[in-house]
Write a protein that binds this ligand. Structure first.
Ligand code: EPZ
Length: 439
């Protein structure tokens, strides 16, 4: 898309002060929306952030035949799926679209979609999803290039499945397939991310029978159909991680309210090792930084409860400002550090070898300098905004639409904390002068 929703303009050098309420998690809301396809009664999801990917999933649900509307920040969904083909253009833009196939198979015996898109942080195959669904009775038909067609003429049945990798999406797909399948499913080697347990809580609230979600073995007794419910998705640990790293980068004191610190403990502990002060209480964490930052040596991402891969780029932005060497290896995705190019343009001393971003300190007395940057993906784009907060002078981060996928009101939130930041929705070159009408 030309301009892809414009740019974010940052004037660096301002510390952050204030409190931010952490919104509901994108990576919980999206699978929950897929789960709504299984519900025979209306669903209200509370306080859902107006994210681009949420709007995309609403389009998928409407394409399947459901009704969706916003009411005071809640999302109300009703109706049952009547169309098994998802809107291709929207589906091709998001990774989450793959999650809508299992419920359509369960309800209609068929699912057709464009192969899922999403941030280009790696190959992101869907073989684990498809292998598990095949064991539950789904068949993949020969579809055109870029298309996926699955059928389950005899319906889906329970199975014993072991995932060779604890894929978050594949775990969610197989729980969504099993919750209304005939018989019992045992899923071993499942992902343990909190969003999995949140999905199971939602489905159980609608009458499902899922045990062990959040552990590596999940047992599901199939139900004929699910009812509906009112549900508040869990808070966004990646959003909280991003704002915590913003406090480390810009300096100052930021309180993150409504997200238990245990959900993003690795990030908070690394920030403490870097010299930040972290105060934890109940569902809140307060991150402050007034002195210089230290490097932390080798850091590795991992599956939950390890350091979340999505938090790696924002953490890299903080490490960019440290006085010592660090490196981050992302063991989950092969191309996580598309933001390295932007870091270099800001004057950062980084290089990528394989899956590892190496970060060296700036020469004494030197700081990052504002520059024109391009967001490479969702989390990389957020990391460039964070790094620009510490850069002297003005930076422009283009393709800001990537950031809208996972952060609602990102510039407004940072401006509210004291950052000098604004959004330019249409690139200057494309802004058409409004000529006064003749009449
Ligand atoms: C989910 O993606 C999240 N997205 C990602 O967040 C997150 O980074 C990821 O989980 C890991 O935590 C949503 O929840 C919408 P995976 P997903 O399946 O499900 C390989 C963000 O920025 N794999 O756990 O795609 C895959 O290639 C996004 O919010 C297969 O090989 O992650 C990757 O290397 C980015 N075959 C690894 O597993 C498969 O069938 C982890 O992928 C599936 C995955």
């Amino acid at each position: 898309m030309a301009g892809y929703k414009g740019s974010i303009i940052v004037e660096g050098g301002r510390p952050l002060h204030g409190t931010v309420r952490v919104p509901a998690a994108k990576n919980s809301v999206l699978p929950l929306l897929a789960g709504v396809l299984l519900c025979g009664e209306p669903v209200r999801l509370r306080a859902v952030p107006r994210l681009a990917d949420v709007e995309g999933c609403i389009t998928l649900l409407q394409g399947a035949g459901l009704a969706a509307r916003w009411e005071n920040g809640d999302l109300l969904l009703s109706g049952s799926p009547v169309c098994s083909t998802l809107p291709g253009e929207t589906a091709a833009q998001m990774r989450a679209s793959i999650l809508f196939c299992a419920p359509l198979l369960a309800r209609l015996g068929r699912a057709e979609t464009a192969l899922p898109g999403g941030c280009r942080i790696g190959a992101r195959p869907i073989d684990l999803h498809l292998e598990g669904l095949a064991r539950m009775g789904a068949q993949e038909l020969d579809a055109g290039p870029g298309r996926l067609v699955l059928t389950a003429p005899a319906g889906l049945h329970g199975a014993e499945i072991t995932l060779r990798f604890p894929s978050v999406g594949a775990t969610e797909t197989l729980i969504l397939a099993a919750v209304c399948a005939k018989g019992r499913t045992v899923l071993r080697g499942a992902a343990r991310e909190p969003e999995i347990a949140d999905l199971a809580d939602f489905l159980n609230r609608c009458g499902g029978k899922i045990e062990g979600a959040g552990s590596s073995t999940v047992c599901i007794e199939g139900r004929r159909q699910l009812s509906g419910c009112v549900f508040s998705p869990l808070p966004d640990r990646i959003f909280a991680s991003t704002l915590a790293c913003a406090a480390a980068v810009a300096g100052g004191r930021v309180e993150l309210a409504g997200c238990p610190p245990r959900l993003y403990a690795p990030v908070l502990e690394i920030l403490e090792q870097m010299g930040c002060r972290v105060e934890r209480s109940g569902k809140n964490a307060c991150v402050s930084r007034y002195g210089s930052l230290k490097g932390v040596g080798r850091v590795f991402t991992g599956v939950y409860p390890g350091l979340a891969t999505d938090a790696a780029p924002p953490l890299a932005a903080a490490l960019l400002c440290a006085g010592g060497e660090s490196s981050i290896e992302d063991v989950i995705f092969e191309r996580r550090f598309g933001c390295a190019e932007g870091f270099l343009r800001l004057g950062g001393r980084v290089n990528v070898t394989g899956r590892t971003l190496h970060i060296r300190p700036l020469p004494p007395g030197q700081s990052l300098a504002g520059s024109r940057l391009v967001a490479p993906d969702l989390r990389g784009g957020a990391a460039l905004v964070l790094a620009a907060l510490a850069a002297e002078g003005k930076s422009e981060i283009r393709q800001a639409g990537y950031i809208d996928r996972g952060y609602a009101d990102f510039t407004k939130i940072l401006a509210g904390l004291g950052a000098q930041i604004r959004r330019e929705t249409a690139p200057r070159a494309e802004r058409v002068k409004k000529t006064p009408s003749k009449k």
